[in-house]
Design a protein around this ligand. Structure first.
Ligand SMILES: *[C@@H]1O[C@H](CO)[C@@H](O)[C@H](O)[C@H]1NC(C)=O
Ligand SMILES: *[C@@H]1O[C@H](CO)[C@@H](O)[C@H](O)[C@H]1NC(C)=O
Ligand SMILES: *[C@@H]1O[C@H](CO)[C@@H](O)[C@H](O)[C@H]1NC(C)=O
Length: 271
C-alpha cells in the first residue's frame, strides 16, 4: 500500500498541471483536462458544476438541476475528466470511477461541450487542425462569453466571427483568417478571394469555404456522418472534432441514470 500512495499523488499532480484548480472553466473541456470540486463549465444560463459532494450537476437559469450523475456522497476530492477514448468519468481518489458516460470509442482527442441550449455533448476524435503555431502560454481558463464553436449544419458568414479571448476566426472579404487581435496579425488563412463567401461545417466533418455555393477551400477531412464541431481553441488553432459519441440525452445514458451509478476501477494501477 505504501508504494501506491506516492504514485497516486504523482498522477493527481499531473492532472492538476493541465487545468489549475480553482479556476472557472469556460464551456469546452478537452481530454486531459479536469473539473475539480467547485469548478464549472458555463454557457449563457447553463452551468455544469462538479460539486464538493461528488455529484456532477447541470443547472438551468433558475439554478434548477436538469441533469446529474447521481453520485452525491461518493466521496471527497472528486473530479470529472474526459479520457482519450472519449469517455467522461466522475472519479475519486485518482482512479476510482463512480460514474461513466459509457461512450468508449477510439483513442484520440475529444471535446466535451456545454451548448447554449444546455445540452452536453462529447465529440471526437479530432479530424482536422489548422497548422498555425500553437500558443504555448499557460492558459488561465476563466469564463468565456463569446461564441467560439461552430456546429455542423451551421455557417459562419461575415460579419459574424468566432472569438476566443484574443483570437478570432472570420472573413476578410473571402479570405478566412485566424487573427491575433492584439497584433492584428493573421496566424492562418485560406487565401481565398472574391466576395460573398461563408464557412460551412458539413455533417461528415468537412470544413469548407464556399463562394456562391461553390467550394473554394476544403479541409479535405471527412468521417462518418453525425454531429461535428469546429472550435477556435485557447492555443489559437481551429480544430474539428466529431462525430458526437455521447450526449446527455442518449439512450445509454438514461439507462445509466435509472440504474445505480457505475462503480468500478478501470486502470491497471488501481488503488
Ligand atoms: C461555480 O459556479 C458557482 C455558482 O455560480 C459559483 O458560486 C462558484 O464560485 C463557481 N466556481 C468557480 C471556481 O468560479
Ligand atoms: C439534457 O439537457 C437538456 C438541456 O438542458 C435537458 O432538457 C434534457 O432533459 C437533458 N437530458 C436528460 C436525459 O437529462
Ligand atoms: C489578451 O491578451 C492580453 C495580453 O496577453 C491579456 O492581458 C488580455 O487579458 C487578453 N484578453 C483576453 C480577452 O483574454
Amino acid at each position: 500500500m505504501a508504494i501506491q500512495i506516492p504514485f497516486a499523488l504523482l498522477t493527481l499532480s499531473t492532472i492538476f498541471l493541465l487545468l489549475p484548480p480553482y479556476t472557472t472553466a469556460d464551456y469546452v473541456l478537452y481530454n486531459g483536462e479536469v473539473l475539480m470540486a467547485g469548478q464549472n463549465l458555463t454557457n449563457g444560463y447553463y452551468r455544469l458544476t462538479m460539486q464538493p459532494n461528488c455529484d456532477l450537476v447541470l443547472y438551468d437559469n433558475y439554478d434548477t438541476p436538469i441533469w446529474q450523475t447521481n453520485t452525491a456522497g461518493g466521496g471527497q476530492n472528486c473530479y470529472v475528466t474526459l479520457k482519450p477514448n472519449g469517455e467522461m468519468v466522475v472519479r475519486r481518489d485518482v482512479h476510482y470511477t463512480l460514474w461513466s458516460s459509457a461512450s468508449k470509442s477510439k483513442k484520440g482527442k475529444y471535446a466535451l461541450v456545454l451548448n447554449s441550449n444546455g445540452r452536453l455533448g462529447i465529440y471526437g476524435q479530432r479530424r482536422w487542425s489548422s497548422n498555425n503555431q500553437k500558443d504555448a502560454k499557460v492558459l488561465s481558463r476563466s469564463e468565456v462569453k463569446t461564441e467560439y464553436v461552430l456546429f455542423s449544419g451551421q455557417r459562419l458568414s461575415p460579419p459574424r466571427k468566432l472569438k476566443y479571448r484574443n483570437y478570432s476566426l472570420g472573413f476578410s472579404k473571402c479570405n478566412l483568417v485566424i487573427r491575433d487581435e492584439r497584433s492584428e496579425k493573421a496566424l492562418w488563412q485560406t487565401n481565398t478571394d472574391g466576395n460573398d463567401c461563408y464557412l460551412q461545417l458539413e455533417n461528415d466533418g468537412e470544413l469548407s469555404v464556399k463562394r456562391s455555393g461553390e467550394r473554394v477551400w476544403s479541409s479535405n477531412k471527412r468521417g462518418e456522418s453525425g454531429e461535428y464541431i469546429a472550435v477556435l481553441r485557447f492555443d489559437g488553432r481551429l480544430h474539428v472534432y466529431g462525430p458526437q459519441v455521447w450526449s446527455n440525452e442518449s439512450r445509454e445514458d438514461s439507462e445509466l441514470l435509472t440504474a445505480s451509478p457505475v462503480v468500478g476501477v478501470d486502470s491497471a494501477s488501481s488503488l
